[in-house]
Design a protein around this ligand. Structure first.
Ligand code: SF4
Ligand code: SF4
Length: 309
């Protein structure tokens, strides 16, 4: 992605995702950066049912003088999507000839999309592949930001990986981004957020269009779950579980429970269909569900309550 030129016109950036992903943090960092650089900035956001996994979006507009906080449809210069289907939902707002689309391939499937309770059943979720979408936009980046952040030590820093990618499309110095990020995130997570930013910036800086969905990424896992014969492994990181009970309540098969330490555990593994609802809806990313075609790996369904290596 080439560095953007400093322009005298209003720049429109739309950030979208679902509750808990850090849409507002991305928006806040960008707005503060623009303000510090002397731009007039307008920011607006809608949280809706964010705490229940609902959509969240934020408009950031900056330039010499901005009159309205809302970006008209078809006028978005850069669309940043922290969740794949949310990105597709807002795609028509992107400028058709010059817009840049930056998305995490992470899929957070709403409960009503899981229509079948059969093992390996396909949820009703946006079917478009990243390749199709990239073809439709001027510049497009589909990355596995969540896995990249997880590999750095905390999947929650995926929003900062996307900030790094966004930084390559705007004309602000890298140090200015890092200063604002460091001042915005909690002190204990400054280090990982700086690394996450560098990772996203390096990744997006390599090419004008790029798709990179790693083998362990959530997009790939979603594809694998369509296999009719799968073995399922549910991993729950006890240290990350805060005992909110969401996964227990949302599991269609009622196979999860909270143990005596108020940590989620897979109590009835034989009933688990691998639907991934618990993993998608855990606000603390404490659950991973892996579905592997039986023919490839003759493993048995099991629960793992220790942190993944
Ligand atoms: S695993 Fe996640 S959703 Fe389940 S109780 Fe723990 S924090 Fe809540
Ligand atoms: S434990 Fe998770 S993956 Fe298994 S059936 Fe329940 S919600 Fe679905």
């Amino acid at each position: 992605m080439a560095m953007g030129e400093k322009s005298n016109r209003t720049m429109n950036v739309l950030i979208v995702g679902v509750g808990g992903q850090g849409v507002i943090m991305v928006s806040k960092v960008l707005a503060q950066l623009c303000q510090a650089d002397g731009h007039d900035v307008k920011q607006s956001e809608v949280h809706g049912m964010a705490k229940r996994g609902g959509g969240v979006f934020s408009h950031v507009r900056f330039g010499p003088k901005v009159w309205s906080p809302t970006i008209p449809e078809g006028e978005v210069d850069i669309l940043v999507a922290l969740e794949w289907a949310e990105g597709l939902r807002w795609l028509r707002h992107l400028k058709p000839d010059t817009g840049t689309f930056i998305a995490d391939c992470q899929k957070i499937v709403p409960p009503f999309a899981c229509l079948s309770r059969k093992r390996g059943a396909e949820p009703a979720y946006a079917p478009q592949a990243p390749e199709e979408i990239i073809e439709q936009v001027h510049a497009g980046y589909v990355m596995d930001a969540t896995t990249m952040a997880a590999n750095l030590g905390n999947a929650k820093a995926a929003n900062t990986v996307l900030l790094g990618a966004l930084s390559t499309a705007l004309d602000f110095p890298e140090d200015a981004w890092l200063d604002v990020i460091s001042a915005t995130v909690p002190e204990k997570s400054v280090e990982i957020n700086r690394k996450a930013f560098a990772e996203g910036r390096a990744w997006a800086g390599a090419a004008p269009k790029r798709i990179d969905v790693t083998p362990d990424g959530l997009h790939k896992a979603h594809v694998e779950v369509h296999h009719p014969e799968v073995e399922t492994v549910v991993e729950i990181v006890a240290d990350w579980c805060k005992g909110c009970d969401i996964c227990v309540k949302i599991c269609p098969e009622r196979c999860l429970r909270l143990n005596g330490q108020l940590k989620a555990e897979l109590a009835l593994p034989d009933l688990c269909t691998g639907c991934q609802l618990c993993a998608w809806l855990c606000p603390d990313l404490a659950i991973t569900v892996t579905n592997t075609p039986v023919a490839d790996t003759p493993a048995t369904t099991k629960a793992a309550t220790e942190p993944a290596e």
